[in-house]
Design a binder for this molecule. Sequence first.
Ligand SMILES: *[C@@H]1O[C@H](CO)[C@@H](O)[C@H](O)[C@H]1NC(C)=O
Ligand SMILES: *[C@@H]1O[C@H](CO)[C@@H](O)[C@H](O)[C@H]1NC(C)=O
Length: 362
Amino acid sequence: MPVSTCTLGGEVQFLPVLLLLLFLNAVMGFKLCPSHCLCYESSDLVDCRSRGLTRIPSSVPHGTWLLDLSGNKMTEVRSRSFTGLWSLKILLISNSISVTVLKYFQSLSSLQFLERLDLSYNSLQKLPEDFSESLSSLQELKLDHNLLQHLDSTSLGDFENLRKLDLSYNNISTIDIRAFDSLSRLIILNLEENKLNVVRDQLLSRQQSLEVLLLNHNNISVIDSDALSPLRSLVLLGLRGNKLDHIRFKTFLELHTTSTHLQLSSNPWTCDCELQRVFGKIQRVRHLRVLDYKEIICHAPPQQAGLSLSDLDSQLCMAETVSVLVITFTVLLAVVGTLMKAERNRKKKLIAMETESQRQEK
Ligand SMILES: *[C@@H]1O[C@H](CO)[C@@H](O)[C@H](O)[C@H]1NC(C)=O
Ligand SMILES: *[C@@H]1O[C@H](CO)[C@@H](O)[C@H](O)[C@H]1NC(C)=O
């Protein structure tokens, strides 16, 4: 017969001991491992991956610094469930939550020393308003591969220590202009693969420390002209796969950084002289560099579609120059023509007058 866990019957005499253990666990964090989980006491890791759990197990040892709850089927996540886990630094709940809205994430205590939280690959549609309230030490938050649609002004409001925020692969189309206001230490912001249409002025006004801003594969057609100006530390700006057909030089000139790399390919560029000039100017600014300039492909006008902007070199502006020259030449010809005509008329008149006077003299 396999060794099994407690069967009631003959164990009744151990009940007081069991109660004492539970009491000790509650009071001092006595080391009991939650059933179904593996506990590595020497390193204080608790591994509850893919155990079919529907809620956060109780009796997680109080000294735990990493708790892995990925791959379960939680129907409820209340941070109250983590009460007493003062040492918890890393909490992984990826691909594990079967509700679309987290409720009551805040609690009186518990997670205020947490540094990393992974909530990726769930189906969250909304963050609770109090989401960041007790997570003031958090440095890295992964929320990628969820179904978030909107970021409001409060749910990220207390993440003053956040360095990395991954919101990629969601369905975000709108962000409150104040949503990132408290994230002044942010270094990496990943918003790839969302549905953003515009980068607004003020949205990134507190992100002086931001080094990497990934906006690839959204639906961005407009970047407000001062939107990038607060980003003093930006090293990489990804704007591949959006809906940009034109950009303004001023928008990028506002990047007062030491060196910023831009990714701008896979946009429906309208290749005209204006666009060529803007790219030309950006390339000449010492601290800006378009990493994928060779892959900037024209989408319009039809005669340029499919061609690479770099192959067209200065042709677009050449055509413009040629048409300016043609116009100038035409105007010049007209002027010369008029002058010659006037001169001819004057001569004709003179001759007429002379013959007239000669006739009178006869
Ligand atoms: C994404 O958001 C839009 C509204 O902006 C909604 O209609 C759509 O159903 C969402 N898609 C998913 C996969 O949730
Ligand atoms: C993407 O942007 C275009 C404008 O460029 C807009 O017409 C369209 O509705 C947007 N699509 C989504 C899914 O927001």
